[in-house]
Design a protein around this ligand. Structure first.
Ligand code: FES
Length: 171
């Protein structure tokens, strides 16, 4: 897409993160790859409220990494992991995350990462909110193609999501 091109978008759908749930708890934002940018706006909101969170960011390689400096500028403690070890810790983002103390998290990334983050959160007694990706047919709740099973029954990621609470997700 070139600057100046016009796009036809259906946007502003579904819910978003609720930062009020984290208030008073040590908070970490956990992003994998293209799941990192949605967390940057949330980091800004938390930093402006005087509670800069930690950020744990995972990428495939150093060449794929982005935004880490921007989180640092906000005053966030930043932990980076790359699959090949070319930047930060080698392995998944859950490696550095496992050594961090936190009571609340916000996560966005591929579903295996969300599952690992969810399991780690349970071990640590932390609650959180996870933003899911799904292929979507309609985007406004009619086709059910984005449905996800939760403990409370099926949820449409385009309407009741993309953000689900850690206490309701089922992996
Ligand atoms: S994409 Fe159609 S119901 Fe969600």
């Amino acid at each position: 897409v070139r600057p100046g091109e016009t796009l036809d978008l259906l946007t502003g759908l579904g819910n978003g993160y609720d930062p009020s749930a984290a208030r008073g708890r040590r908070t970490v934002l956990i992003g994998g790859g293209v799941g990192v940018p949605p967390l940057y706006g949330l980091a800004r909101r938390l930093a402006l409220a005087g509670e800069p969170p930690a950020a744990a960011l995972g990428f495939q390689t150093a060449a794929d990494a982005f935004l880490a400096e921007s989180f640092l500028t906000l005053g966030c403690e930043v932990l980076v992991a790359t699959a090949d070890g070319s930047l930060g810790e080698r392995g998944f983002v859950t490696e550095p995350l496992s050594r961090l103390d936190y009571g609340y998290y916000f996560a966005c990334g591929p579903e295996p990462m969300l599952a690992a983050v969810h399991a780690l959160g349970r071990e640590k007694g932390a609650e959180g909110q996870l933003s899911f990706e799904r292929r979507m047919g309609c985007g406004f709740g009619a086709c059910m193609s984005c449905s996800c099973e939760t403990l409370a029954g099926p949820r449409r990621i385009c309407v009741e999501g993309p953000v689900l609470r850690s206490g309701e997700v089922r992996f």
